[in-house]
Write a protein that binds this ligand. Structure first.
Ligand SMILES: [Fe+2]
Length: 235
């Protein structure tokens, strides 16, 4: 302790440092996760998409992104375009391990519905320890989150599934739903409303407009939703 500093001063200053570290680390994890999803969905992340998705002001997003650029976790690749560096992507995957296992836990143990579990996991994911993660994976034998996304390993390595964006394919095709790469509440709610989940076998029709046909029922799909999901083509 410095001269004149009381134990309370010391404790207060340590507490402030701890909460600052935690705040920074929580913000960092949230930004890296949303950037990972936006890059997979749109090919890049922008300030407006990040601030809109996280519900923060554009200036706050700008400040945090500049901080992460200084840490070499994010790079600017063009006007308004940001990407994760190799290290940024590795750290995003380490956090996605926590997030996706938190989703399994909430869905399988607590019964949070499929289309709400991504949002609910945001409350607990930062506190997921490796012990909780390993026990959850062992108990349920899962390798994917409820939305089909693979669980990265503890070092941030992840095996990307051999699935595709089917929006460029014309005609009729039998497909198996693989995963939702952009887990927005609206997209999850829509898919749930038509009964389409990972491993669902459906017919995809592209006659200038997009349709999913399942259980004899045909539903038109918007281009934005179609680009947020991946399929394996079987026929
Ligand atoms: Fe998920």
């Amino acid at each position: 302790m410095s001269p004149g500093e009381t134990y309370k001063d010391k404790k207060d200053s340590l507490g402030a440092a701890d909460s600052e570290r935690k705040r920074v680390s929580v913000a960092e994890e949230d930004y890296l996760k949303i950037m990972n999803e936006l890059i997979e969905y749109k090919g890049f992340a922008s300030f407006s998409d990040i601030s809109h998705t996280l519900g923060v002001r554009r200036q706050s997003a700008r400040d945090e992104i500049n901080r992460l650029i200084n840490f070499n976790l994010i790079e600017k690749t063009g006007k308004g375009r940001y990407m994760l560096t190799e290290e940024g992507n590795r750290r995003a995957n380490i956090f996605l391990r926590k997030h996706r296992v938190a989703e399994i836990l909430l869905n399988r143990c607590v019964g949070i519905p499929w289309d709400e579990v991504d949002e609910q996991a945001m409350g607990i994911e930062h506190g997921m320890t490796e012990e909780i993660i390993e026990n959850t994976l062992k108990r349920f034998g899962s390798t994917r989150c409820p939305h089909g996304n693979p669980i990265p390993d503890v070092n941030g390595n992840v095996a990307i599934p051999a699935d595709i964006d089917i929006s460029p394919m014309a005609g009729d095709h039998e497909v198996v739903f693989s995963r939702v790469i952009y887990e927005s509440k609206d997209i999850l709610r829509f898919l749930s409303s038509i009964g389409v989940y990972p491993d669902s076998e459906i017919k995809f029709i592209n006659d200038g407009k997009y349709y999913f046909e399942t259980g004899g029922k045909r539903t038109e799909i918007s281009p934005d939703i179609l680009r947020a999901v991946r399929f394996i083509v079987i026929g």
